[in-house]
Design a protein around this ligand. Structure first.
Ligand code: PLP
Length: 396
């Protein structure tokens, strides 16, 4: 039997704050009643600052991030369209697989799992695409499998300097709400996220930020869509509702989560994520282990993927943490299975929770055979977190 708190340090779903859980404890309600629109609008409008848009629209699809990957594609593209993508981790890999399944013609640039989006190669390909055959560029802003954050602004600059008109699709599933996301400034046409990571809510809602240009593309896109028809959804949102039954408790939860983020202040939310991520990275350095991200500039502030020593199977670390310490750590995905474990540090998190994650990972690492000094990671993170307390002068 597991006793005490369950420690959830996977990179999503993340810990749901008590206030959000309580906000979801509502009686079922009439989603076609006129006042349901207040809830719908609170969420769509509340998402806009988080997405960094004033010009874009927000669509809420029952489903998840994967659903919104599909919604972005099927509403704006045509079967056989060429699209440019990078594959540098499990999620960028899955999005590329989806593009194939939906009969797009993806130009895939493979780079190391641990690298960021290859902006220079993108710039070269876009510059060479004189006939404008590439209809969309896909970017995984934060590759959750490797803990790598890519430079979306640089991809926008590559598109602009090639005078290329392709749509820009960005997967922000593990970035939006935790690190700055500037949909308008970066000229993002489709911004994809889900409710269960930085937005501190249960899984079940896919959220799509849609630029006016993407909406325009819906007019000519002939790919079949039904459940994910964006125009149907936006038309329904405009009238305050959904084309089908929405998960109302989730909307209540997300509204409460957005209110919390607004109260904390988005810049403070981002600074907190940076501070906590820094602590985790210091701990990894103290253990003498390596981070999957190839360069410090790529290191994600929402998840850290940690390479275990060659003789230590990362799966064993994860198993020990879960079985003995009731602590969930993220696993290594695809080719990183057994080589990497991940600490998710996003959402409703504070220093104490991060220190717990580090302490339990440290225990599990040592029990799995890693030669690590107990307490070294915790001490390094504490040193990163410690802040001087302003003293009141005696005269005051
Ligand atoms: N994209 C990224 C970067 C993710 O981390 C995930 C899930 O972890 C997804 C897409 C898929 O999202 P979902 O599981 O909500 O369908």
């Amino acid at each position: 039997m597991k006793t005490g708190l369950a420690h959830l340090y996977i990179p999503g779903p993340t810990n749901v704050p008590e206030a959000v859980r309580r906000a979801m404890a509502v009686p079922m309600q009439d989603h076609r009643a006129a006042d349901f629109g207040i809830l719908t609008a609170a969420v769509t409008e509340g998402m806009k600052p988080v997405l960094g848009t004033t010009k874009g629209h927000v669509a809420l699809f029952p489903g998840s991030g994967t659903g919104c990957w599909e919604a972005a594609i099927c509403n704006t593209l045509n079967s056989g369209d060429k699209v440019l993508m990078a594959r540098h981790g499990h999620f960028s890999h899955l999005w590329a697989e989806m593009a194939r399944k939906l009969q797009l013609d993806p130009v895939i640039v493979d780079v190391a799992w641990g690298a960021g989006v290859p902006v220079n190669e993108f710039a070269r390909i876009l510059g060479a695409d004189r006939r404008g055959e590439i209809k969309a560029v896909f970017v995984t802003h934060n590759e959750t499998a490797t803990g790598v954050t890519s430079d979306v602004a640089a991809v926008r600059a590559a598109l602009d300097s090639a005078f290329h008109d392709a749509l820009l699709f960005v997967d922000g599933v593990s970035s939006i709400g935790s690190i700055p996301f500037r949909m308008d400034d970066w000229g993002v046409d489709m911004a994809v996220t889900g409710s269960q990571k930085g937005l501190m809510s249960p899984a079940g809602l896919g959220i799509l930020g849609v630029s006016p240009k993407a909406l325009q593309a819906c007019e000519t896109a002939r790919m079949p869509r039904a459940f994910f028809d964006l125009k149907d959804m936006l038309r329904a949102h405009e009238a305050g509702s959904f084309p089908y039954t929405p998960p109302a408790p989730l909307l209540h939860g997300l509204r409460a989560a957005l209110a919390r983020m607004q109260e904390e202040g988005l810049d403070t939310v981002y600074a907190r994520h940076r501070r906590l991520a820094n602590g985790v990275r210091r701990a990894v350095a103290a253990w003498g282990l390596e981070i999957c991200a190839e360069h410090p500039l790529l290191q994600s502030d929402t998840v850290t993927a940690i390479r275990t020593p060659a003789h230590v199977d990362a799966r064993e670390v994860i198993r020990i943490a879960y079985d003995r310490y009731n602590c969930s750590l993220g696993s290594g995905l695809g080719p990183l299975a057994g080589k990497v474990f991940r600490i998710g540090h996003l959402g409703d998190l504070n220093e104490g929770m991060c220190l717990t994650a580090i302490a339990l990972a440290e225990l599990a690492l040592v029990e799995a055979g890693a030669e690590i000094t107990l307490g070294s990671g915790v001490a390094a993170a504490q040193a990163a977190f410690v802040r001087p307390v302003a003293r009141q002068s005696a005269a005051a």
